[in-house]
Write a protein that binds this ligand. Structure first.
Ligand code: FAD
Length: 305
């Protein structure tokens, strides 16, 4: 048996994505999760922007709390759909004043629903390419953008999709975070295509731990991510068995990230769904430890020596 030890794999970096909470109870859950995950020293934590900019204030508030109450580096997701340039620029200005220096720049989907026909506003940024340029014109922000290993559902082909990614990079994006996927071969083939197109920024895999298989399957259908048959089979018959579901989810996710580590990947972006449990376990398996645990480990090592 191959007992992989990613601890020996120098250079594992993780980032965590959260969404802005809707209620006080959800806010408590989010902050419990942030407190649990923060000691793992993520490179950054990002906060999403609801469809059509619908969570503008809540995203801003969450980012502001992260900046003032933690030492984490936040990245604010920002979309340009359904907004004029002036409106988007005003949001950027406000973030700048708050101290935000990293954006996840996206076109976004209309509030009328993911997968509908996209209509750019004549007075707005037409897509993420233009938004990235607008951000860079404002300040030298760090800019992450989206990437789609199975191509964006609206895209006619991979060439169009990758050309758009190239234009985002040409305008100043320095990292792409992928839509989630479950087949690592699909990711690897995509990265090869991207490199062949002359794009050399990190293409960080977006990893989704499956807290709720039915929800993930529904969302996958909408965003063009494939659920392999073997994955559906793993969760089959577990609808009323939460404990087993959670063990299976941890195993599936660990298997995926460890296989990516074997393929030389060191950076991972976790879609946390504001929950810490599964992500914490996976990070532990990846060899990440909180500062306190690391200190304990080196004490133990010196005792052993
Ligand atoms: P873009 O990169 O601008 O374009 C998406 C695709 O549309 C392109 O790949 C291309 O195929 C096609 N396209 C666009 N313009 C043209 C053109 N001129 N000619 C031909 N084809 C074109 N959504 C939210 O609402 N809030 C979030 O916080 C959020 N966070 C996300 C984070 C990540 C990591 C990812 C992967 C997605 C996220 N999304 C979010 C979803 C995203 O907004 C949707 O997938 C949206 O449909 C596309 O946004 P984009 O920035 O990827 O678009």
């Amino acid at each position: 048996m191959n007992h992989r030890n990613p601890l020996k794999n120098a250079g594992i970096n993780v980032s965590f994505e959260f969404f802005p909470p809707k209620s006080e109870k959800m806010e408590e859950t989010l902050w419990r999760s942030i407190e649990r995950l923060a000691p793992l020293s993520p490179s950054f934590v990002s906060v999403t922007y609801g469809a059509g900019g619908s969570t503008r204030e809540r995203t801003h508030y969450t980012i502001e709390r992260i900046l003032t109450e933690t030492s984490l580096k936040p990245a604010a997701h920002l979309t340009c759909v359904d907004a004029s340039r002036e409106e988007v620029d005003a949001v950027v200005r406000q973030y700048w004043q708050t101290g935000v220096r990293h954006f996840v720049a996206l076109r976004g989907d209309s509030q009328t629903g993911v997968g509908g026909t996209y209509q750019a506003r004549p007075d707005g940024y037409r897509n993420a390419v233009e938004l990235v340029a607008g951000l860079k014109a404002f300040a030298d922000f760090e800019i992450s953008v989206s990437a789609y290993p199975e191509k964006h559902p609206e895209s006619p082909d991979f060439a169009t999709d990758i050309d758009l990614l190239k234009r985002k990079v040409d305008n100043g994006a320095t990292r792409a975070i992928t839509q989630f996927f479950f087949d690592n071969d699909v990711y690897e083939r995509y990265v090869e295509r991207v490199r062949r197109a002359g794009i050399y920024i990190p293409i960080v895999p977006g990893i989704v731990p499956i807290h709720d298989f039915t929800k993930v399957a529904r969302f996958s259908a909408a965003c063009g991510a494939t659920i392999p048959a073997w994955l559906a089979e793993r969760f089959q018959g577990l609808e009323d068995d939460e404990q087993t579901r959670s063990h299976v989810a941890a195993a599936v996710c660990a298997e995926q990230v460890l296989d990516l580590v074997d393929r030389g990947i060191g950076d991972f972006h976790f879609y946390t769904m504001n929950r810490a449990d599964l992500v914490y376990s996976i990070c532990h398996i990846l060899g990440l430890r909180s500062g306190a645990e690391q200190a304990g480990e080196s004490d133990a090592a010196s005792v052993a020596a």
